[in-house]
Design a protein around this ligand. Sequence first.
Ligand SMILES: CSC[C@@H](O)[C@@H](O)C(=O)COP(=O)(O)O
Ligand SMILES: [Zn+2]
Length: 203
Amino acid sequence: MEDLKSQLAQVIRGYHQKGWSPATSTNYSFRLPTNSNVIVVSKSGIDKSLFSENDFMEVDMQGNALAAYEGIRPSAETLIHCKLYQLFPEMMCIVHSHSVYSVLQSMKNQTSVELSGYEVLKGFEGIKTHETTVQVPIFDNTQDMPAFANVLEEDKVRLTVPAFIMRQHGTYAWGKNLFEAKRHLETAEYLFEVDWKFSEKSV
Ligand SMILES: CSC[C@@H](O)[C@@H](O)C(=O)COP(=O)(O)O
Ligand SMILES: [Zn+2]
């Protein structure tokens, strides 16, 4: 587990350098390979440029801190992680960004970002050709995490790729391991940026 913590911490610091986690934003988690009912999640309010293995804590599938971490505040968005693991039981890692292009894409007054024809779509698990179109869903932002978790459950059918946007907030992506979750977030973020820049040029 220490290896996983240190690998994810390194990814988190790297994402901060890309500008994906300003002002302590974003959160991350993985499930213990030895007990998938235990979620190792980032603590709330940590500066992601300095994130270390010690900035994780353990919660149960309802988001309650395990005894060893009593009194420590898990990420404010822990319930999103809990719900995604519940909806997609094979998924073991979740990553989140507050990137500029995710926010810009979400401000188009649409309920999804349509991405078509890009080679990098193949970064999403199961996509084998650029000759396809995917919809990355956009859900309205809220501070009410139980309500947002319900939205995810009700709209699970819209989660056709392993990523979504919270409007004017950022992207969540997930995978069967850190490598896959990372690939999915980077796929989404790259496509949001290229698609945004192309539509800017063509107006
Ligand atoms: C600093 S604003 C960002 C937060 O409100 C939230 O969206 C976020 O991603 C981080 O929350 P946190 O509780 O630190 O995990
Ligand atoms: Zn956030």
